[in-house]
Design a protein around this ligand. Structure first.
Ligand SMILES: Cc1ncc(COP(=O)(O)O)c(C=O)c1O
Length: 398
């Protein structure tokens, strides 16, 4: 087993993990594939949130305080502080609005800003649920494809975006996944600046999903830069995010839509009035405010622990499954593995579930360039990750 990084509170994260508890908890990650499979699929890590989060919810429960509420101010302030201290960007709390979850906010912003018939740009391989938006909303889907380089891994080239928007004049929204799921790529400031410049020149908007922002590995040369902090972004960018990935509180349902321009905010809210869009849950708001107010040290420990797990995965794949092509991600607890050299057929994740009893996500779900790939979630304890790899490694060879 891999030694933990000095300074990472490995004990806390190792100890708080109990797979049987997760199954008993009705947690989809642990129950979907039956009692014997080990899960490495859905993008959720296995750690309990910090005590401050559960304490905040418990106080609301003890008061029985479950009526209509009006708490957007608390969330806006908490998000503004979190963003300012961690990323050096201070959003205006008055322009931060809650919604139920990130996908709801993303879909609302995309459909408000891309009129019917206008094109929406995605960056495949991409978080698979994004691929449902255009067919459902009847907007043409356009693709700015990622490129693979042996040294750099998966990246996007803004020249490709410019060629696309020159060609496809109907393009009105770039749905931006920042950092990128499933590849873990973190776009740098120069790329973000170029996107904003192109958005002005070619008249499109950016809906920036920043739900994975907090987990950027410390040894990465990349740093997370909020899209709205880029000069000129205000009139062109809506950011949607939440603490759900960092603190593993997705079931609590609270996210934010952040703007830096009142006109843009008005456009989205006129298309989706808040009372029709749906309100965040009261307990979700409590958890969100607690996480963003008191969760910084815990989040730092989490990232250090996840970096160790990423390196544990890399070391074992190199030693036991060298046919798998894998570039260590700069961010997230997700690994995008090219298993096309392995003898697993057209549906490698299905084959691995059947042969190894470990559930990973099928690459083809992530759209173009997903063939032969699987996404593996390494957000678990060192011991469970070893067990998952004990099962998978013998099946990941030619
Ligand atoms: C990039 C991205 N956006 C959104 C979501 C879903 O977030 P929510 O449950 O808040 O809709 C996920 C979950 O995996 C994700 O990876």
């Amino acid at each position: 087993m891999t030694a933990p990084t000095p300074g990472a509170p490995a004990g806390e994260f190792d100890a708080c993990f109990d797979p049987r508890l997760k199954r008993g908890n009705r947690n989809a990650k642990w129950t979907r594939h039956g009692p014997d499979a080990l899960p490495a699929w859905i993008a959720e890590h296995d750690f309990r949130p910090p005590a401050a989060v559960t304490r905040a919810m418990r106080a609301t429960i003890d008061r029985g305080d479950f009526g209509y509420h009006d708490l957007e101010d608390d969330v806006g302030e908490a998000f503004a502080r979190w963003s300012a201290t961690r990323y050096g960007w201070s959003p205006d709390p008055d322009l931060v609005y809650t919604c139920v979850d990130v996908l709801q906010g993303v879909t609302a912003a995309v459909t408000a800003l891309a009129e019917p018939g206008a094109g929406v740009i995605l960056t495949p391989p991409i978080y698979h649920i994004f691929l449902q938006i255009c067919p459902t909303a009847r907007r043409p889907q356009l693709e700015w494809l990622m490129r693979y380089d042996a040294d750099l891994g998966w990246t996007l080239d803004p020249d490709d975006l410019e060629a696309l928007v020159r060609r496809e004049r109907s393009a009105r929204v770039l749905l931006w996944c920042h950092p990128h799921n499933p590849t873990g790529w973190v776009a740098g400031r120069a790329v973000l600046e170029r996107i904003v410049e192109l958005a002005h020149t070619y008249d499109f908007y950016v809906v920036s999903d920043e739900i994975h922002a907090d987990v950027v590995h410390r040894d990465s040369s990349s740093r997370f830069v909020p899209m709205l902090s880029i000069p000129g972004a205000a009139e062109r960018v809506v950011t949607v995010t939440s603490p759900a990935k960092t603190f593993s509180i997705s079931g609590l349902r609270c996210a934010v839509m952040a703007y830096a321009d009142r006109g843009l905010r008005r456009r989205v809210r006129e298309a989706h009035p808040p009372l029709l869009l749906g309100h965040a849950a009261r307990t979700g708001i409590d958890a969100t405010v607690a996480a963003w107010t008191r969760g910084a040290a815990w989040a730092d420990g989490l990232v250090a622990y996840l970096t160790d797990r990423r390196d544990q995965l890399a070391a074992r794949l190199a030693a036991e499954a060298p046919a798998v092509r894998f570039h260590r991600p700069d961010s997230t607890f997700l690994a995008w593995l090219d298993a096309s050299a392995c003898d697993l057929g057209d549906a490698p994740a299905a084959a691995l579930l059947q042969q190894a009893g470990a559930a990973v996500s099928e690459g083809t779900e992530f759209g173009t360039n997903g063939e032969g790939h699987v996404r593996l979630n390494f957000g678990t304890s060192a011991a469970v990750l070893d067990e998952i790899l004990d099962r998978l490694a013998p099946c990941l060879n030619p």
